[in-house]
Design a binder for this molecule. Structure first.
Ligand code: DAH
Length: 330
């Protein structure tokens, strides 16, 4: 029995020596050391041997198993090193191949328009403020002269939360927060997300607005008009025709809506772009400003609407699809 063990060992070593690759080694390992190997057959037969031979044969069989295993491992390592050296000395890099194309990122049109608008107003001395997206009824409505049951509330399609809280329906509450936190003069713009329960090609339940507020001594409607004309011509080009149309907002008096001329092929039309007005005295009362000493003007515009005009996009949902092919175009 011991003789046949030595024979198995020598034959195995011969085969292992002639292995050509690491894959050969793996195959040989299962062949010589696996459950169906000649060595396993010997181990299985041990119980049928005379008692005095059993431990000698068993001991030798296990020794051979370990020797073969170490031998295969060593051979595998040698072959691996040889393969590596071969590929390092034979495979070279072709530096004349064109490089992989790097896909550049791009600003989302909402981000770049927000930045453009903030830039224009910072040149006029406005600073940028932000407010929370979850607002109290007081900031979103009450302090802006939209009390409960006021018809203007119905136009806001509000998402109501618990405890008289809402998802803000416009950025105008930032006006109240700013005026409650400091005395005039105030000159701020406030970009951010707003929420309304409405969805179709031109309405999204989340969209973006920029609010503006300027309060000081002696401000008149001419200041409002001059500021907004300057702003729109900077943003959309000096050749754009603009018109001011009388309107109504509870928090401004008088109020206007501003339209921009929109030319397509042989016809031209007006597109509403923003709301504005002189701050209502009742709003000043809510923030403890003296309406006899100070006047102010406020304005608010939808950023998606500007982007749709500027880039001729006709479906608002494209802004939110996270499709890089869309974003790369701007
Ligand atoms: N908050 C208004 C809206 O969402 C827009 C607006 C109109 C803001 C007039 C103003 C303003 O500050 O003066 O429809």
């Amino acid at each position: 029995m011991l003789e046949s063990l030595e024979k198995i060992k020598n034959e195995s070593i011969n085969d292992i020596q002639s292995a050509q690759s690491t894959a050969d080694c793996d195959q040989l390992k299962s062949f010589f050391l696996g459950k169906k190997s000649p060595l396993a057959a010997v181990l299985k037969d041990i119980p049928s041997l005379p008692v005095e031979q059993r431990s000698v044969v068993g001991k030798r069989a296990n020794e051979i198993k370990q020797e073969l295993s170490a031998y295969i491992q060593e051979k595998k390592q040698t072959l691996h090193t040889q393969q590596l050296e071969h590929s390092l000395s034979h495979d070279s890099t072709d530096t004349s191949l064109p490089p992989f194309k790097i896909r550049n990122g791009a600003f989302h049109p909402i981000t770049s328009i927000t930045r453009d608008i903030c830039d224009i107003f910072s040149r006029l001395g406005y600073s940028v403020k932000q407010g929370p997206n979850v607002e109290s009824d007081f900031y979103n409505f009450e302090a802006l002269n939209i009390p409960e049951h006021h018809p203007a509330r119905a136009m806001h399609d509000t998402f109501y939360l618990k405890n008289k809280q809402v998802l803000r329906t416009h950025t105008s509450p930032v006006q109240i927060r700013e005026m409650l936190s400091k005395k005039p003069p105030v000159k701020i713009i406030a970009p951010g997300k707003v929420y309304r329960c409405d969805a179709d090609v031109s309405h999204s339940p989340v969209f973006h607005q920029i609010e503006g507020l300027c309060v000081d001594k002696g401000l008149t409607f001419s200041d409002l008009k001059g500021t907004l004309e300057f702003f729109l011509h900077e943003l959309l080009g000096p050749e754009k025709n603009i018109r001011f149309r009388s309107s109504y907002f509870p928090f401004t008096e008088p109020s206007v809506e501003i339209d921009v001329e929109f030319k397509s092929k042989n016809k031209s039309s007006w597109m509403e772009i923003m709301g504005a007005g002189m701050v209502q005295r009742k709003v000043f009362k809510h923030v403890n400003y003296n309406a006899d000493d100070f006047t102010g003007f406020a304005f608010g515009l939808g950023i998606e609407r500007i982007a749709m005009i500027k880039y001729q996009i006709d479906d608002i949902r494209l802004f939110y699809e996270n499709d890089s092919r869309f974003i790369q175009q701007f």
